[in-house]
Design a protein around this ligand. Structure first.
Ligand SMILES: NC(=O)c1ccc[n+]([C@@H]2O[C@H](COP(=O)([O-])OP(=O)(O)OC[C@H]3O[C@@H](n4cnc5c(N)ncnc54)[C@H](OP(=O)(O)O)[C@@H]3O)[C@@H](O)[C@H]2O)c1
Length: 267
């Protein structure tokens, strides 16, 4: 039987963060709620029973402080995000890039470093599943979101995932990308889907083995997003290397081009 994973979710206080915590709880996971706020998170399940979770406060820019905690984690869900709407001030640029792109990228690198010490074959450690990181970008990676800095920062995140997955995804670490359409939350009060519905679809697609998880009513995204990830994979693979370009495709996953294609083509 697969052991219950330890799942850490950023943006835990937000709509999708809470919906995902509920879904993981119903699958028996041990939960770590990573929140930038200090308000205690109290959640109950469908029967009104409290959901046990460890709440940890963190801050963008202080990701290194989570290194010890990440050693416990099997699935890291990077879900935090911010929308500054029409603000184009220097402060808004910094905030959008830091929160939406750079902090997730730093946490991805940090988690990959922690995971690199685990056995390459999950069968060698039957007490824990293969590590996974889920990165919540957005349909804004490839579609207008009527918010220039939101689009810009989510596109940067998407491109960084594609670039770094060439080296970081492998037998020890699975990278999944969540590409979500509009759902209702403080970040987007006009979303057409509910966070609960989106979380359910995300979990279902993860269960089916998808690395590129798309939940949106917009049919174009189902065509454009796989095309974008595949073309980025090809472009980045041809023009970059783990060693400054001298070492094309080096890294834990590069030895098996078919597997890389499966992993990054869909992530
Ligand atoms: N809503 C949509 O239509 C939509 C569509 C596509 C993708 N997404 C993405 O889905 C994710 C969740 O969004 P949501 O719609 O559930 O919005 P939400 O309810 O506003 O949740 C976002 C959470 O991100 C965290 N956060 C905000 N600013 C932060 C900061 N400076 N530092 C660290 N954490 C911060 C907060 O959680 P804590 O207080 O717990 O830290 C906040 O509750 C985001 O990445 C968003 O971009 C949303």
């Amino acid at each position: 039987m697969t052991p219950a994973p330890c799942v850490a979710i950023t943006g835990a206080g937000g709509s999708l963060g809470q919906a995902l915590l509920r879904r993981w709880h119903s699958r028996g996971a041990r939960l770590i709620a990573l929140s930038s706020g200090s308000r205690p998170l109290q959640m109950v399940d469908d029967h009104g029973k409290p959901i046990p979770l460890q709440q940890v406060q963190w801050q963008v820019g202080a990701e290194a402080e989570l290194a010890g905690l990440l050693a416990e984690v099997d699935v890291l869900v990077l879900n935090h995000g911010v929308n500054v709407y029409g603000d184009r001030s220097a402060a808004a640029v910094t905030r959008s890039l830091e929160v939406n792109a750079l902090s997730s990228w730093r946490l991805l690198e940090q988690f990959a470093a922690v995971v690199s010490a685990r056995p390459a074959d999950p069968a060698d450690d039957p007490t824990r599943p293969r590590a996974e990181v889920w990165l919540n970008s957005s349909e804004a990676e490839i579609q207008p979101a009527f918010s220039p800095l939101y689009e810009l920062s989510k596109r940067l995140l998407g491109q960084l995932i594609s670039l770094r997955a060439l080296d970081l995804a492998g037998p020890r670490l699975r990278i999944r990308r969540l590409v979500l359409g509009p759902f209702r939350s403080p970040l987007n009060p006009f979303g057409v889907m509910s966070a609960g519905f989106v979380a359910g679809q995300v979990m279902a697609q993860a269960r089916l083995g998808c690395d590129l998880i798309i939940v949106t009513p917009n049919p174009l995204t189902y065509i454009l997003m796989p095309a974008a990830t595949l073309s980025r994979w090809l472009y980045f693979r041809l023009l970059s290397g783990a060693n400054g370009g001298a070492d094309h495709g080096a890294g834990p996953a590069a030895a098996d081009p078919a597997r890389r294609h499966r992993s990054e083509g869909r992530s």
